[in-house]
Ligand binder design. Structure first.
Ligand code: SF4
Ligand code: SF4
Length: 384
């Protein structure tokens, strides 16, 4: 057994040691949720161990473009944001809320499914992912109307973060101050170093993290390890594919609600809602009631919805945002401007998913830059 490393200290493990950390998590009752290759993409799925991580696999991302590529090395975390985010686990696309059954005596039984009981560890979460979880926590865990299902899923999640060393062409976490170094919200924070000796420099950030590290063979990080890890993170910060001009952004956007750029982007936008489905912070949902064919069982479910759909903004008498121009503007100004007023932070963490997964390659940073370049007249009503 290794000497007990303390919170705030750093240790080093090789690939086998990293695998031992995953095994220790499993031995202590955790399910592992982390990246793996499936269907030509890196997705988040249940893992059994280190061999299911995407070894030697990288990605290429550009507006409307995602491809995996061979890296030519043994990196386990050599890729950027995947199409999935941890939103799929904390706020699943569809959650049954209540089930109503007709009983034999003609009465009705009503049951609400209990929140899931599980112990889970997120493997490889990046700084942008953890910032996105913090955004959702403000609303769904800590807000005035906390969501019981979200809270049950969120409580006790163990996070083994990986500080990012491989940003994509659509990333801009440096602009949003969310990465490439994870800012917090993790138990263990690993940096993958590939400079000849493949190793992981791991900072221990919590008692839970310390308890896991105590179960594996590791060594204390030396100054050379720490310097190599810092080099990985600073190199990643210098490789951002995009930037977002955040200075004065709230006022810029809210002062340009009638800018002609909104119509230009609406002319390209399909209203498909891909951007909001892929976005790790978007949390709009709707409620569906369905019955089985016999009419014996009815289920009320919550499912993801989007401000890009026409129905989402329908209130009695019609839609408050009938045009794509209004819907795109609502999404972008909420993310980058009015979110600050509501939640004291930006709603965007700079992960770039909305750019990569937009089928027509609409780029949030390009739209903001276009408005910043040609500042229009003052704010008017956002409803049109
Ligand atoms: S708006 Fe786009 S870049 Fe920002 S968090 Fe959402 S998906 Fe990521
Ligand atoms: S911006 Fe792109 S992804 Fe979002 S709704 Fe429009 S076409 Fe779809």
């Amino acid at each position: 057994m290794s000497p007990v490393p303390g919170i705030g200290s750093r240790v080093v493990v090789d690939r086998h040691g990293f695998g031992a950390i995953l095994e220790a998590l499993v031995e202590t009752g955790h399910e592992l949720l982390g990246p793996t290759v499936r269907d030509g993409a890196i997705v988040l799925d249940r893992l059994r161990g280190v061999d299911e991580l995407p070894r030697g696999v990288g990605d290429e991302q550009a507006p409307g473009h995602y491809r995996l590529r061979e890296r030519g090395d043994a990196a386990l975390f050599g890729y950027a944001a995947s199409p999935h985010s941890y939103k799929r686990d904390l706020l699943p696309p569809r959650v049954p809320l209540v089930q109503i059954r007709r009983s034999a005596d003609g009465g009705l039984s009503v049951a609400a499914p209990p929140p899931p009981a599980r112990k889970i560890a997120y493997i490889g979460a990046r700084g942008c992912e953890l910032a996105a979880i913090a955004v959702q926590d403000r609303v769904l865990r800590d807000g005035a109307h906390a969501d019981a299902d979200y809270r049950a899923r969120r409580d006790g999640v163990f996070v083994l973060a990986v500080h990012c060393g491989a940003p994509a062409g659509t990333c801009f976490c440096v602009s949003m101050d969310t990465g490439p170094r994870a800012r917090g919200g993790y138990d263990l924070g690993a940096t993958e170093v590939l400079d000849g000796e493949h190793r992981f420099v791991i900072d221990i950030a919590s008692e839970a993290g310390q308890a896991i590290v105590e179960r594996v063979v590791c060594r204390a990080a030396e100054p050379g390890d720490v310097a190599a890890a810092e080099q990985v993170i600073s190199a990643a910060a210098g490789q951002m594919g995009r930037t977002m001009p955040t200075a004065g952004l709230r006022d810029l956007l809210l002062g340009n609600l009638e800018h002609p750029r909104w119509q230009m982007v609406a002319d390209r936008c399909l209203g498909c809602a891909n951007c909001t489905m892929a976005c790790p912070t978007c949390f709009c949902t709707n409620i569906d009631d369905t019955t089985d064919l016999s009419g014996e069982t009815a289920i009320r479910s919550r499912r993801w919805d989007s401000c890009f759909t026409a129905d989402f903004a329908y209130v009695h008498g019609g839609s408050v945002r009938p045009s794509l121009r209004a819907r795109y503007r609502q999404w972008l100004t909420h993310k980058l401007a009015s979110w600050h007023d509501q939640f004291g932070t930006s709603g965007c963490v700079g992960c770039g998913r909305c750019i990569t997964w937009c089928p027509v390659g609409i780029d949030i940073t390009e739209e903001v830059a276009a408005i910043a370049a040609t500042r229009g007249p003052g704010a008017e009503s956002p409803r049109s």
